[in-house]
Ligand binder design. Structure first.
Ligand code: IPE
Ligand code: IPE
Ligand code: MG
Length: 262
């Protein structure tokens, strides 16, 4: 279990430990090129490959990608089924390479809605890579922040019915889908929209938010570095004053603020 940002303050780091991304703008990328929307999704997979590699190189420990929301079922059935097939093909083709690169794969979301073959591929990929330590790659598929909170509440109530009326944040957290990861430090949304779209609602409490106009299929290492650079300029106060932060940094070391890759 990781400590929560509302109860303890994470140590400052130059590079975010956990990066969460809403990969948006695939459809518009395709439209700009007079291609069908699904061509954007296919190209988006290339950006996923690049981003995983760039995160490993930069020492990011957790990368979480929003691939399909609980509301994306509202899309045309042909697009939904293309996305499911793309997910299956990607798992078939990429899991071996992820494993070779020391990546641990996790998938979070309501998997019950997926066809058995896809669930089987997910479980096999997770099992194969379970012991890997370099990067934890989480794919949020049929995920919704509200779904996550509700399944966690329900799990908690069933496990400790006698505590009803006095549950704490710490009681709930182990039941959340991503209890194996610290909360995200940096959130990126590509595609120009500035909203959360029911992504990690609980876990984004103190996350630094970064929005870029760039469409997801164009996202690359340089775009990632621009986001990290913006992150490095932020002052993460977690409720404290700027003066308190500076005093705390001074007490630890006389060197400039956030100077070491803690
Ligand atoms: C994100 O790109 C991919 C998914 C939601 C699966 P979009 O498909 O939402 O692309 P735009 O926002 O329509 O351009
Ligand atoms: C959010 O993108 C979900 C994913 C990237 C998987 P959407 O394109 O579905 O979000 P909205 O509908 O514009 O808010
Ligand atoms: Mg979109």
């Amino acid at each position: 279990m990781f400590s929560s940002t509302t109860r303890s303050i994470p140590e400052p780091r130059r590079v975010p430990r956990h990066l969460a991304i809403i990969m948006d703008g695939n459809g518009r990328w395709a439209k700009q090129r007079f291609l069908p929307r699904v061509a954007g999704h296919k190209q988006g997979l290339e950006a996923v490959r690049r981003t995983v590699g760039a995160c490993i190189e930069r020492g990011i420990e957790y990368l979480t990608l929003f691939a399909f929301s609980s509301e994306n079922w509202r899309r045309p059935p042909e697009e939904v089924s293309f996305l499911m097939n793309l997910f299956m093909a990607a798992l078939e083709r990429e899991v071996g390479k992820l494993h070779q690169n020391g990546v641990r794969l996790r998938v979070v979301g309501d998997l019950a809605a997926f066809e058995p073959r896809l669930i089987d591929l997910i479980r096999r990929g997770e099992n194969l890579t379970a012991e890997n330590k370099r990067l934890t790659l989480t794919i949020a598929a049929n995920y919704g922040g509200r779904w996550d909170l509700m399944q966690a509440f329900n799990g908690l109530v069933l496990a400790y019915p006698e505590k009803a009326g006095s549950y704490t944040e710490a009681d709930l957290e182990p039941f959340l889908a991503m209890s194996y990861a610290p909360e995200p430090d940096l959130f990126i949304r590509t595609g120009g929209e500035q909203r959360i779209s029911n992504f990690l609602l609980w876990q984004l409490a103190y996350c630094e938010l970064y929005f870029t106009e760039q469409f997801w299929p164009d996202f690359d290492a340089a775009a990632l570095d621009a986001a990290i650079e913006s992150y490095q300029k932020r002052e993460r106060r977690f409720g404290r004053t700027s003066e308190q932060l500076q005093a705390a940094a001074g007490a630890v070391s006389p060197a400039p603020n956030f100077s070491k890759n803690a």
